[in-house]
Design a protein around this ligand. Structure first.
Ligand code: SF4
Ligand code: SF4
Length: 344
């Protein structure tokens, strides 16, 4: 767990608690408000919408906002399916290509030339993350941004060339993507790109990109797990505390011929939600030395669904996806590929 991630999560949780207190909301109302995916500022604005009659309570307004949001999302999906909302996305793209003040600022502050910028864009880097990585006067050990862009690009070219010489197609992403390339890229850039990835994922809620987030994520999920070998990674099983619900406990304890009580006492501790439990330690006690799950066929539901990138509603789970990109190389790759599509 990166400290940036923890700080961000705490700050956001505090802000939502203040919001709950301010409006005297129940936990369910708060959950509903958060599930809309709006920021607190956007939610405050929507709550004071003139559409609402004065006597409509805040919880009722939240329910209505939630209903409208679902309607909007369904309409957007239909419009994308029928090809209706592609033209506005293309217009935005043109504008961004014309002049981008953030890239201009990055160019100046990081002392980049146009070739550096081209390379950074090709690699899906974000100008804000470049600026954030400018070494401070006390960080003489840190490589200046322009040099690591050049190094990273050179390494990327070298890998493509080496694959081409082995008869592989270097220009197509699926052909040059391997388990090792995904894991190496995640190791090198996972933490560094965390803030940028979180910002990008948040932008999916309010920016009209030339793709539908769930569709693209599902496609990339298939590509990633075609090449990723989870038994060579098992990072999720090694670093996350796994949630077991009542059905998981019953199924797995029966399989192990233990009573539910004995199973809980042996492996689990109470979770955040009433009636839920988490593994008490990591690595997960059911992970074998060869990285295989010893209860794979009957593993907990969360393990079956992880990392959720093939599930609908990605735009409503932006923080979860950003956090998973720190844990799971496949999720990191999926987010990086989505950024490339956004920059195309
Ligand atoms: S962290 Fe991701 S890639 Fe690694 S084992 Fe888990 S699901 Fe597979
Ligand atoms: S139950 Fe199996 S799949 Fe789930 S975390 Fe443990 S070892 Fe991994």
């Amino acid at each position: 767990m990166g400290s940036a991630k923890q700080k961000r999560r705490k700050k956001l949780a505090r802000a939502w608690i203040e919001f709950q207190t301010q409006h005297e909301l129940s936990d369910d109302d708060l959950k509903l408000a958060r599930s809309t995916g709006y920021t607190i500022a956007a939610m405050q604005e929507k709550l004071s919408d003139a559409d609402f009659a004065e006597e409509v309570s805040i919880p009722a307004r939240i329910r209505e906002i939630h209903r409208r949001q679902n309607e909007k999302l369904a309409a957007r999906r239909e419009a994308i399916a029928s090809g209706e909302i592609l033209p506005p996305a293309k217009k935005k793209q043109k504008k961004a290509e014309k002049h981008d003040p953030q890239w201009a600022q990055a160019k100046q502050l990081c002392q980049l030339n146009m070739d550096d910028i081209r390379k950074a864009k090709e690699m899906g880097l974000n100008p804000r993350s470049l600026i954030k990585n400018i070494p401070s006067p006390t960080q003489s050990w840190k490589t200046p941004v322009k040099y690591w862009i050049r190094d990273m690009y050179e390494e990327r070219e070298r890998r493509s060339a080496s694959k081409a010489s082995h008869g592989e197609t270097a220009s197509k992403q699926p052909a040059r993507t391997t388990h090792d390339s995904i894991v190496k890229s995640w190791e090198a850039n996972g933490k560094r790109n965390d803030e940028e990835n979180y910002d990008f994922l948040r932008s999916l809620k309010c920016t009209e990109y030339d793709f539908e987030p769930d569709e693209l994520a599902h496609e990339l999920h298939e590509q990633a797990f075609d090449v990723i070998d989870c038994t060579r990674c098992a990072n999720c099983c090694k670093t996350l505390k796994i949630r077991f619900d009542a059905a998981d406990i019953e199924r797995i304890s029966q399989h192990l011929e233990m009573s539910s009580e004995h199973f809980i006492a042996t492996y689990l501790e109470p979770g955040d939600e009433p009636g839920s439990f988490n593994t008490r330690q990591f690595p997960c006690p059911f992970l074998a030395e060869d990285n295989r799950c010893t209860i794979y066929e009957i593993r907990p539901t969360v393990c079956q669904d992880y990392p959720y990138t093939n599930k609908d509603g990605l735009v409503f789970r932006t923080m979860g996806v950003a956090n998973s990109a720190l844990t799971c190389p496949a999720v990191f790759w999926i987010v990086e590929e989505m950024k490339k599509h956004a920059n195309e």
